[in-house]
Design a protein around this ligand. Structure first.
Ligand code: IPE
Ligand code: IPE
Ligand code: MG
Length: 248
């Protein structure tokens, strides 16, 4: 039986988040520069988007550029921005054909204006697509997202629109960058690093983590199937005992 056929389609994660790491090391391995690695990372983005759409995963969120990545060498940052603009432009047709909706989370207003315009137009064009929601985390930081939510809530309290006692976890949820996107059940990180690097901090409270040694440009559909199978073999207990979970 193929890996794909072993997946239980009734128990698919609804939302998968990916920390796409290892482009630089992948390139270095072949004696190329880091930018070459980023360019090849685009193929893996295509692969995982297709795999998720085909299986019926509804949300895929990709960490493409962190708020800390602005501290990289200028040349690498501008190459990444250029690659973003070019890729979005060339992939719009495929998104439409595959019925994929594009969204973004992060401080989008800090991106170069051309990238912002390009993103806005593709988000608008794909907004009624229903098969998969592909969210790019760009200039994204989990702490900044929580800080921004706190600011919005504080201003509502100040205006008397809500009272301090009414603040709950759902209030925070409602003020995240995109409240419509559910928490990820599965988070994947490639390249053999075992950390969260400021990604979806609030949303990953009960997320299952999957780590692989593969560098991002090598990650393909089969790698995604493996991650989903690992997820399906786990027991998610949410603080309860194993016996309680089995009795329902
Ligand atoms: C991930 O690959 C892509 C981005 C962070 C933009 P890296 O560029 O971090 O690659 P490594 O970790 O240096 O190999
Ligand atoms: C995390 O990767 C950010 C993205 C994948 C966009 P990094 O390569 O920036 O993370 P650290 O610096 O190794 O933690
Ligand atoms: Mg890295």
């Amino acid at each position: 039986m193929s890996l794909k056929d072993s997946i239980n389609l009734e128990k698919l994660p609804k939302h998968i988040a990916v920390i796409m790491d290892g482009n630089g090391r992948w390139a270095k391995q072949q004696g190329k520069n880091r930018i070459f690695g980023h360019k090849n990372g685009v193929n893996a983005v295509r692969e995982v988007s297709e795999a998720c759409a085909e299986l019926g995963v509804k949300y895929l969120t990709l960490y493409a550029f962190s708020s800390e990545n602005w501290n990289r060498p200028k040349l690498e940052v501008s190459a990444l921005m250029e690659l973003l603009v070019r890729t979005i432009g060339s992939e719009t047709k495929t998104l439409m054909k595959n019925n994929i909706r594009l969204k973004t989370i992060g401080s989008i207003d800090t991106l170069p204006s051309r990238a912002q315009e390009q993103l806005n137009s593709v988000k608008e064009e794909t907004k009624n697509n229903t098969r998969l929601t592909l969210t790019l985390a760009l200039s994204y930081g989990g702490r900044a997202e929580i800080v921004d939510a706190c600011k919005k809530i504080a201003s509502q309290v100040k205006k008397g629109e809500i009272s301090e006692q009414d603040i709950t976890a759902s209030t925070i949820n409602r003020h995240l960058y995109d409240p419509e996107i559910p928490d990820p059940e599965l988070m994947i990180r490639t390249s053999g690093e075992y950390r969260i690097s400021n990604f979806l901090l609030w949303q990953s409270a009960y997320t299952e983590f999957y780590f692989t040694e593969e560098f991002w440009p090598d990650f393909n559909k089969e790698s995604m199937y493996q991650a989903i199978l690992a997820f399906q073999s786990r027991e998610r207990r949410f603080g309860k005992t194993s016996e309680q979970i089995k009795s329902v």
